[in-house]
Design a protein. Structure first.
Lengths: 111, 114
């Protein structure tokens, strides 16, 4: 079974700090990686996608991918209480193009 | 229009009822998906439609029956459900079935089977 693993948290950070969320995956030939934010009782919302090794920045968000080590991370700079949510890592498996979601990391930003 | 619209938002049904969930998008996306999400769990894929044809069925029980009448609509017909089927049902779409696209999710239907 191809897996995507995340620390369930909660990860608590003070307002204004950098939140670092991590995700590891088992399928070495995974192609595409996505981060979704899900507020309690709401649907997932796409934040970032990353396809190649290195960093990708979008506003306060930076996604980092290291295919050799099979991990992908999301950094949130200047964290705000409104960033408090569950962050889901999703990986597209080779061949089938099916998403596999991680179990999510719950982030709490303390005012 | 950059939304996926799901109706109803909430549904309570008995185990002998027949009901349908509806999903609609007008973004020109040709891939549509049904996911099931239990509390504090990640979404689980149920079905994938590509160009109105069913391309993936994740061994979902036959009491769930998907239908894609046209490129904008996706239905999920429910019959003889069990209480353990109570969950948030999410519809999503993407331009194509491809590793290059993220999904746009609808707001979901919260289903309770009594």
């Amino acid at each position: 079974q191809k897996e995507v693993e995340q620390n369930s948290g909660p990860l608590s950070v003070p307002e204004g700090a950098i939140a670092s969320l991590n995700c590891t995956y088992s399928d070495r030939v995974s192609q595409s990686f996505f981060w979704y934010r899900q507020y309690s009782g709401k649907s997932p919302e796409l934040i970032m996608s990353i396809y190649s090794n290195g960093d990708k920045e979008d506003g306060r968000f930076t996604a980092q991918l290291n295919k050799a080590s099979q991990y992908v991370s999301l950094l949130i700079r200047d964290s705000q209480p409104s960033d408090s949510a569950t962050y889901l890592c999703a990986v597209i498996t080779s061949g089938t193009y099916k998403y596999i979601f991680g179990t999510g990391t719950r982030l709490k930003v303390l005012a | 229009d950059t939304e996926v619209t799901q109706t109803p938002k909430h549904l309570v049904m008995g185990m002998t009822n027949k009901k349908s969930l509806k999903c609609e998008q007008h973004m020109g996306h040709r891939a549509m998906y049904w996911y099931k999400q239990k509390a504090k769990k990640p979404p689980e894929l149920m079905f994938v439609y590509s160009y109105e044809k069913l391309s993936i069925n994740e061994s979902v029980p036959s009491r769930f029956s998907p239908e894609c009448p046209n490129s904008s609509l996706l239905n999920l017909h429910l019959h003889a459900l069990q209480p353990e089927d109570s969950a948030l049902y999410l519809c999503a779409s993407s331009p194509r079935v491809s590793p290059n696209y993220g999904y746009t999710f609808g707001s979901g239907t919260r289903l309770t089977v009594v």
